[in-house]
Design a protein around this ligand. Structure first.
Ligand SMILES: N[C@@H](CCC(=O)N[C@@H](CS)C(=O)NCC(=O)O)C(=O)O
Length: 175
């Protein structure tokens, strides 16, 4: 299995966390996002990472996460109950639509939008959603230097006790 990856990319980070949770060995292919190779567009017409190659090519981080969770069911990252499982995907999509974009807005100088969205981020619905959110919250805390609301501090401290998440915290420190 190959993962077309970029160390600083939070979408890639959520896939790396899932791969670590599942204990799946893979070959990372680091992509320079400032100078992307032309061939990446043959794998994904958007040119974006992450892209998984598991004998077929799969882009889109949330879809890759769900695929990996079905491919290797243990430990299960999504609720067994189908309604909760479906809602997990809605939460991640909403997160990507809202907070994901705000992270980039923040980096362009719009601080308030991101801080306000973090106030309302609902964590603890499922491990899948928590893993999907964590790369942004880690970057907000450790790269952007925003003080997290206390409940998010507690949540992240607990989550980063998992080796899969601790590895991402260490990676962000080294960026
Ligand atoms: N919806 C995609 C978004 C992936 C994405 O935006 N990746 C960024 C790197 S963090 C990227 O490749 N950006 C290059 C670009 O937008 O041209 C996913 O969930 O995988």
């Amino acid at each position: 299995m190959k993962l077309y990856d970029a160390a600083r990319c939070p979408y890639c980070a959520r896939v790396r966390i899932v791969l670590a949770e599942k204990g799946v060995a893979y070959e990372p292919v680091e992509i320079d996002l400032r100078d992307r190779p032309d061939w990446i567009y043959e794998l994904n017409p958007t040119g974006r990472v992450p892209i998984l190659d598991d004998g077929f090519v799969l882009p889109e981080s949330d879809v890759i996460m769900a695929y990996l969770d079905e491919r290797d069911p243990e430990p299960a990252l999504r609720p067994a109950d189908l309604s909760h499982r479906a809602l997990t995907h809605v939460l991640v999509r909403r997160f990507d639509d809202r907070l994901g974009d705000d992270y980039y807005a923040f980096r362009r100088g719009d601080r308030n939008a991101l801080a306000e969205k973090l106030e309302h981020l609902e964590v603890g619905h499922s491990l899948f959603a928590d893993i999907a959110y964590a790369p942004w919250v880690i970057r907000v805390r450790d790269m952007l230097g925003i003080e997290l609301p206390e409940r998010l501090q507690v949540w992240l401290e607990r989550l980063q006790q998992r080796p899969s998440v601790a590895a991402e915290v260490a990676l962000v420190e080294a960026l």
